[in-house]
Design a protein around this ligand. Structure first.
Ligand code: CTP
Length: 400
């Protein structure tokens, strides 16, 4: 039986050529046993008729705030509560902008703002609109609200141009929803500690020693664990990411020392700890309390001291049953270095990424990892989005 069977789904349709594909999506969802309520924008009706949609969904299509001739009020609040998820496909640049900024001038955006469940957004637009900074910023805002963006494909567009902007195929969108509902709650009741991002080690009030870590892998792991039922403490160095899952508590830190203190506090109570942060190995011995000036000083020499090794510290205090996972980002002798860290830090498993692999490591949205367990076994994974890598990591932790 499909995981979609019996699920209440709001299908939001905007005014774009890709609206014709929404009909196939609707059919697929209904065939899988879902109950689908279509909400269409006024512009959407220019592309696809409510008659087609209501006969397929077996429900009147909602578009206006009330029915003109009877005055019957359509409650977006009730719809929001009814839904197990909402999927907006196609989502146009205009509707994405309205969703991002709360401009509730139609039934679709009002329903979106009332929706309590997971929202999926499948953008469709011309490549230049897709690449406009305003669209990119609005999509990032939706992400920061916890919405899942089903990325458009690259290909031939209605305009005749070729590029990114084609709505993902209905089969793939249905598969994303199916995967969402079949997601296991296999971390329910578990407490997970995750470190993410770089650390900044102060030199003076305006300078620090840092690294290029973006925090994306650690944040993806936190989302993944939370969506699988865990209670997550995310100890994060300075990054420009945010997370909105209610089961993730974010503790913001700056230096390795602060990160260690936050981790020691959370670890005692944790079942699993994943050390994803790129911790600076050294910190300046002295922090100047004023900005170091150029003119009247010699070339400054900054003496460094070793930072605490957070993973190794937790490894020493690990209780039976606790699982400790580390990362290794290497440029050479990858496997040997990773194995050495696994044993030196008393880890149960280490996730290795090589700087030599294109699309892996700092700042990218993808990663390519090998996972080595303390029993010596190893599994190599292909290049994937970081969220999928996070799922592979969690699946592997659960085999420990
Ligand atoms: N780590 C940590 N505290 C540190 C340094 C590293 O917790 N001070 C953790 C990282 O989060 C990662 C693992 O240890 O999970 C390996 O980090 P890495 O920087 O690759 O290892 P180092 O021990 O710093 O070794 P090197 O820099 O020499 O490669």
């Amino acid at each position: 039986m499909s995981a979609l069977s019996g699920k209440h789904i709001i299908l939001g349709i905007c005014g774009g050529i890709a609206a014709y594909k929404s009909v196939s999506l609707l059919r697929l969802l209904v065939k899988a046993g879902a109950e689908v309520q279509v909400v269409i924008t006024p512009a959407g009706k220019q592309f696809i008729t409510p008659v087609t949609l209501s006969s397929l969904s077996q429900k009147p299509v909602v578009s206006e705030f009330f029915t003109a001739n009877t005055g019957e009020w359509h409650s977006h609040v009730d719809l929001g509560l009814w839904a197990d998820c909402m999927v907006i496909a196609p989502a146009t640049a205009s509707t994405i902008g309205k969703m991002a900024h709360g401009i509730a001038d139609n039934m679709l955006v009002t329903t979106y703002l009332s929706a309590k469940s997971q929202v999926f957004v499948a953008p469709a637009m011309d490549l230049d609109m897709m690449a406009h900074p305003s669209t990119i910023a609005n999509i990032n805002l939706l992400r920061s609200y916890g919405n899942i963006i089903i990325e458009p494909e690259s290909g031939e567009l209605a305009s005749g141009l070729v590029g990114k902007g084609r709505m993902e195929e209905p089969e793939k969108i249905a598969a994303v929803l199916e995967a969402y509902f079949s997601k296991k709650a296999d971390l329910k009741g578990r407490k997970v500690l995750i470190t993410a991002g770089p650390t900044h080690e102060k030199i003076d009030p305006v300078r620090f020693i840092g690294n290029y870590s973006s925090g994306k892998m650690g944040y993806a792991l936190a989302e993944e664990c939370a969506s699988r039922g865990a209670e997550v403490t995310l100890v994060s160095g300075p990054v420009s990411l945010s997370i909105s899952h209610p089961a993730v508590r974010v503790v913001k830190v700056e230096s390795a020392k602060e990160m260690l203190a936050a981790c020691e506090e959370a670890f005692a109570d944790s079942d699993i700890a994943v050390m994803c942060a790129a911790v600076a190995d050294y910190a300046p011995k002295e922090v100047a309390d004023r900005k170091i000036k150029r003119e009247h000083s010699e070339v400054p020499v900054i003496e460094l001291v070793k930072n605490p090794d957070i993973a190794a510290t937790l490894g020493r205090s690990k209780r039976q049953g606790q699982r400790l996972v580390g990362f290794a980002l290497e440029t050479d002798h990858e496997l040997d270095n990773a194995r050495e860290k696994l044993s030196r830090k008393n880890l149960d498993m280490i996730v290795l990424n090589s700087m030599r692999d294109k699309g892996a490591g700092f700042g990218t949205d993808t990663n390519k990892v090998s996972i080595i367990k303390a029993d010596g076994s190893r599994e190599d994974f292909g290049l994937k989005p970081k969220r999928e890598v996070a799922a592979d990591i969690v699946d592997t932790i659960l085999t420990l």
